[in-house]
Design a protein around this ligand. Structure first.
Ligand code: GLY
Length: 561
């Protein structure tokens, strides 16, 4: 008995030690932070907060600064999604996703035989949806902004005029895409140049467009001179967007998907992004298991995650689309019984072939290139936003007069149900094309609460791999007790039902693990694969300080104070 009494403090100490959160390894700041794909954008966002702006002002600044500093995915010619959590616990989401133009129709990318016309939804003017970014940031500023738009845009316009220094990674990317830039824009395009690391690229035309927005807000982009130039440029190039399409565009406030995972409350984007629904399904299918006991990236945890993702992506591709156009049976898809049943045939012995996992039986009663940033301000307001042109530099079509690239987001629709898009995602009727409809997305801007307080802000680019990368990052911190930076650095893997293959990042997974998975029936991608996602995240430490996780797979940087 005496021994037992002596053991109790030791046991308590052991339990306590196990629950100690990981020591930070990323940038730690006291009050506020922005983590984004470029240092310039993170700094502009952080400086706005230093000047007294809130996280929403910083969102406007960071989003537009990325359009200048990171034209690979930052944009005026694209769209995105944002989830927020205010310091008082209020939550919300904004959909500034592109829309199909009024002239769009279901078969617009099919030839007379019903075959998909190559490149039409991925390259050039025909692939562009109506851009939503400017409407998005203006909607945020109108609802929550605390300092004048004019002041927010000033440093961004200055950056466009003085120019952005080319990094080594950017130089490689520009070189990689050069042929496609020339194909889309002719060889007099500014992107026909060989840019070396350390060179400066100036964007005077983009500065002039931003000045129009600075003076006239939303109308500076969607009406008047900019709209006229943009619509006639797109039409000259054979595209469909008209001035009417631009004028009619509106960003939409949407309530996020919210669910509990153990003692976490996870808040993520609702349709037309599939991110929140799919991540909700994955977490709920994993929840009954003690995944932390299986070990980080162990055979069992890779299996469990893969099987949950397989089932969730099968549902994603079948049921999800723009909620303004299709009825999505969310109450069934996210119900405990349904998800339990979905995992009924899961076993650690063998893989479940994707051919055996179709979309679940739900009775419907009638009726790889994006960018993410995370922000927390000194009041505790949090923003998670993911924005995109779809492909790298979108459609590659550059409107030289206005200074920005146009998206190729129309490819995120199912041009023909059953035929994969550029991310290999096989879609269905719910995501077919219709005028003014929003194409399904995988963007997963996410905010996590623990015990009712802000715990993490997280998101990533990566097309269809976004959802799995965000889920793994949250699990890395919460289940495997990694710091925010280590959770971002950790090697990632991906599975999306079809193709029936598990993709591992090139570094960080042993041959032994892959051999064991193969012996259980998993198909493993044997080619050297690309990186999976570039996660930019913030963890709130127990003393209220912030730890950044900036993904070194890119030039991503955390800046704060
Ligand atoms: N274009 C990538 C996405 O929306 O998920």
């Amino acid at each position: 008995m005496r021994k037992l009494i002596l053991l109790i403090p030791l046991l308590l100490l052991f339990v306590h030690c196990r629950q100690q959160p990981a020591i930070p390894t990323g940038l730690v700041t006291e009050k506020a932070m922005v983590v984004s794909a470029r240092e310039e954008a993170s700094k502009i966002g952080s400086d706005i907060m230093k000047k007294g702006g809130n996280a929403f002002d910083a969102m406007v600044a960071t989003e537009l600064a990325l359009a200048v500093a990171y034209p690979f995915a930052g944009n005026l010619g694209g769209g995105g999604f944002m989830v927020y959590r205010k310091s008082n616990g209020d939550i919300g989401g904004l959909d500034y996703r592109e829309k199909a133009p009024l002239a769009a129709h279901k078969d617009m990318y099919l030839d007379s035989l019903g075959n998909v016309i190559p490149d039409m939804s991925t390259k050039g003017a025909t692939s562009a949806g109506v851009p939503g970014t400017v409407a998005g940031v203006i909607a945020v500023h109108e609802k929550f902004g605390s300092i004048p738009l004019e002041e927010i845009l000033q440093p961004i316009i200055a950056l466009a005029k003085t120019g952005v220094i080319v990094t080594e990674k950017q130089s490689k990317r520009l070189e990689y895409y050069k042929k496609q830039f020339i194909e889309a824009n002719g060889d007099s395009t500014k992107f026909a140049t060989n840019f070396m690391p350390g060179d400066t690229i100036k964007y005077p035309e983009l500065a002039a467009t931003l000045e129009k927005i600075q003076q006239n807000g939303r109308d500076g982009f969607y009406k008047g001179e900019v709209a006229e130039k943009l619509a006639s440029f797109i039409q000259e190039k054979g595209g469909f967007i008209t001035e009417e399409d631009l004028e009619k565009y509106e960003a939409k406030w949407r309530y996020p998907v919210v669910f509990d995972y153990k003692d976490l409350r996870i808040i993520s984007m609702s349709p037309p992004s599939s991110g929140g629904v799919t991540i909700n399904q994955i977490f709920k299918m994993i929840e009954p298991h003690k995944i932390s006991k299986y070990g980080h990236n162990s055979t069992k945890s890779v299996q469990l995650f893969t099987e949950a993702a397989r089932r969730a992506y099968a549902d994603r591709n079948y049921f999800l689309g723009d909620p303004d156009f299709v009825d999505i049976p969310l109450d069934v898809l996210l119900s405990q019984n349904y998800l339990k049943e979905r995992m009924q045939d899961f076993s650690f012995e063998n893989a479940t072939p994707s051919s055996k996992v179709s979309h679940g039986k739900v009775e419907i009663l009638e009726s790889t290139e994006t960018t993410h940033y995370s922000i927390v301000d000194s009041e505790g307001n949090a923003i998670s936003a993911t924005t995109t042109l779809n492909g790298g530099y979108g459609s590659k079509l550059y409107c030289a007069e206005l200074g920005f690239f146009l998206n190729n987001e129309m490819d995120d629709f199912s041009a023909k149900p059953g035929v994969p898009n550029m991310f290999g995602l096989v879609g269905a009727e719910a995501n077919s094309i219709a005028p003014e409809k929003r194409m399904l997305s995988s963007m997963t801007p996410t905010i996590v609460e623990k015990d009712g307080t802000l715990y993490m802000v997280v998101g990533t680019p990566g097309g269809s791999t976004i959802i799995t990368a965000v889920a793994q990052t949250i699990l890395n911190v919460y289940e495997f007790n990694l710091s925010m930076q280590d959770a971002v650095n950790a090697p990632r893997f991906h599975h999306q039902w079809l193709p029936d293959v598990v993709v591992f990042e090139p570094e960080g997974f042993s041959e032994e693990l892959k051999t064991e998975l193969k012996s259980k029936g998993y198909n493993i991608n044997e080619e050297r694969t690309r990186i999976i996602g570039k996660v930019d995240a913030i963890r709130i430490l127990s003393d209220g300080r912030l730890e950044g996780g900036a993904d070194k797979r890119g030039d991503d940087t955390a800046v704060g104070f």
